[in-house]
Design a protein around this ligand. Structure first.
Ligand code: SF4
Length: 282
């Protein structure tokens, strides 16, 4: 059985930097506070907690002068203001590519356009993008796009981890609804690269395994993408979820992972599959 792991499976540079910043802060200050989970992966959050990174719900839960890490996918403007008032030390882990989306929506808005964000309702990144301008319309699916009224002038950006296919379908509908339409493709390059590798690997494998938490919209989307290319695709959160029965008659295994999945989990899953293979042979 041959096992191939997608070249860029797992952490994107934005998430890797944020996690490293959190560890560096715990070393420097003894502890660091995080507003909500910095990464949608239970294992990463648990390991960070052990190192001294505490998850809190509001800035009020943080003692004055303490370090607080603002996550990779962006933070509401009011929390930036409150952090100044409260005198907490902000460690900004916002991904530069997320800041780029913020700049783009502001530019589109200044151009007098109705802002449309293609993204998941309630997702931290989408909420923070929407927070950059007065009014936004969030569209998660082609069905939602079809319900929009016709409009004169709109500017569209997407959440960084959307699939190209979903964005294309929505854009096709928006073209029939908006007279003056300006689209900025803000799917980030690590996401595009990961999606392209998954499609090829899923097509060329007998089974495709996507590693990622079910709380991660990104991982679920990648699994969907793999399923479209290969019905024999499964999402697992860790090695324990991998079932021996899946590998009956399998020669080629493809593995990839969401942007919030650490290398450690990818290696554990790979080792489990190697073990299943050994048992099959013996
Ligand atoms: S998914 Fe893209 S935008 Fe989001 S943190 Fe990673 S690199 Fe940055």
């Amino acid at each position: 059985m041959k096992i191939s792991v997608a070249k860029d499976a797992g952490y994107c540079f934005g998430v890797r930097d944020a996690v490293n910043m959190a560890y560096d802060a715990t070393e420097k200050y003894g502890n660091v506070y995080m507003l909500g989970d910095i990464v949608h992966n239970e294992r990463v959050v648990r390991d960070l907690e052990k190192a001294g990174a505490k998850v809190v719900e509001t800035l009020d839960d943080i003692p004055d002068d303490s370090p607080v890490l603002f996550r990779a996918h962006g933070t509401l403007n009011k929390l930036w203001d409150e952090s100044t008032d409260k005198n907490v030390q902000v460690i900004d882990a916002t991904c530069p590519l997320v800041y780029e989306i913020h700049r783009e929506v502001k530019k589109l808005s200044l151009d007098g356009r109705q802002i449309i964000i293609i993204g998941d309702h309630g997702h931290d990144e989408v909420v923070a993008i929407a927070n950059q301008v007065e009014t936004t319309i969030i569209v998660a699916s082609p069905e939602e796009a079809s319900k929009l009224k016709k409009m004169k002038k709109a500017g569209v950006v997407s959440q960084s981890t959307q699939t190209i296919e979903n964005v294309q379908e929505i854009m096709n509908i928006l073209m029939t609804k908006v007279f003056d339409l300006h689209f900025v493709n803000t799917i980030c390059f690590p996401t595009k690269r990961n999606q392209a590798q998954i499609k090829t690997l899923a097509e060329n494998s007998d089974i495709m395994i996507i590693i990622g938490s079910f709380t991660s919209a990104n991982s679920k989307r990648l699994t969907q993408l793999a399923l479209e290319k290969n019905k024999n695709s499964f999402q697992v959160t860790c090695a324990d979820d991998v079932k021996k029965i899946w590998f009956k008659g399998v020669n080629q295994v493809g593995i990839s992972a969401g942007a919030s999945t650490p290398d450690k989990l990818i290696n554990e899953v790979k080792e489990k599959i190697k073990m299943i293979n050994k048992e099959k042979v013996n």
